[in-house]
Design a protein around this ligand. Structure first.
Ligand code: ATP
Length: 269
């Protein structure tokens, strides 16, 4: 039985500029949070307690992982990431020991960000969760989050598509201090994300000129889908010997992306 479930990565190189469609208010809140984490002594003098834990919640593919990486990068912090489901085990005590190992490993490499995606699999409501093993694992997570000074230099970031499933004890301030909703991007957000994912790509002038329209016509697309749209279009362009992404490559990629998605409201483009 493996005790370590986290992928420890060096300090990520993602910046907040790589995350599009956040909206001014959220960007401002994240920057403020970062400044309290960068200068905790200053924040404390002003009566502000820097957060220990942050939650990002919202639909899949909206940039929650990207945001966690960007925050780690801004803080010059090592990045430990794991999926909540990796703590689920049949044997009582194994999940709890994995949680402990994760925090211990991160403390050794502080400053560090611990990122847990699909945290609902680990910190779901106790009643719905069921089972002695799941209960023990969640209790261990709460114990580790309450670690006091041993958590100095550790920021816990969790992400979920199902905030409603999370245990209230987990969401308590001191454990999770801020919850940020990361929604599907609006037109302006999609335009920003398209910009991010087309930088450095060769686009035919016709495609370049159509990007505003594309942002308008891709209602319901997540950032991940916009990313995959341009990856697919670029791959097709290469396969067909095009020097730049042509309209036909993009149309092909749009069809593929729409086919791959079940609920989509795509206006004519
Ligand atoms: P999940 O809930 O499925 O774990 P997520 O919200 O964590 O998804 P990410 O893993 O951050 O989504 O996104 C996957 C990829 O999609 C990113 O690496 C990036 O290329 C692209 N992407 C998603 N959202 C954005 C965004 N807001 N800005 C720029 N790129 C984005």
């Amino acid at each position: 039985m493996k005790n370590s479930v986290a992928k420890s990565q060096p300090i990520p190189t993602i910046s907040l500029k790589d995350v599009g469609g956040l909206g001014e208010e959220m960007k401002e809140e994240i920057l403020q949070t970062l400044s309290t984490l960068k200068e905790p002594d200053h924040a404390i003098k002003l009566g502000i307690t820097p957060p220990q834990g942050i939650l990002f919640y919202g639909p899949p593919g909206t940039g929650k992982t990207l945001l966690a990486q960007a925050i780690a990068s801004e803080l010059n912090a090592s990045f430990f990431s794991a999926s909540g489901s990796a703590f689920n085990e049949l044997f009582v005590g194994v999940g709890a020991s994995r949680v402990r190992s994760l925090f211990q490993a991160a403390r050794k490499q502080s400053p560090a960000v611990i990122f847990i995606d699909e945290v609902d699999a680990l910190a779901g409501r106790r009643k719905a969760h069921g089972g002695e093993e799941a209960e023990k694992t969640l209790t261990e997570l709460l114990v580790q989050l309450d670690g006091g000074h041993s958590n100095d230099g550790i920021l816990f970031i969790a992400a979920t598509n199902r905030k409603d499933m999370l245990d209230e004890a987990f969401l308590r301030p001191g454990r999770i201090d801020f919850s940020f909703h990361v929604p599907l991007p609006d037109t302006k957000g999609r335009r920003e994300i398209i910009e991010i994912h087309t930088i450095g790509k060769s686009l035919a002038p016709e495609v370049f000129a159509s990007l505003d329209g594309l942002a308008e016509s891709t209602s319901g697309f997540s950032g991940a889908e916009l990313h995959s749209l341009f990856e697919t279009a670029s791959r097709r362009a290469v396969r067909n010997g095009h020097e730049a992404v042509q309209k036909e490559d993009l149309d092909y990629a749009l069809d593929r992306t729409i086919l791959g998605s079940t609920s989509r409201t795509l206006k004519d483009h």
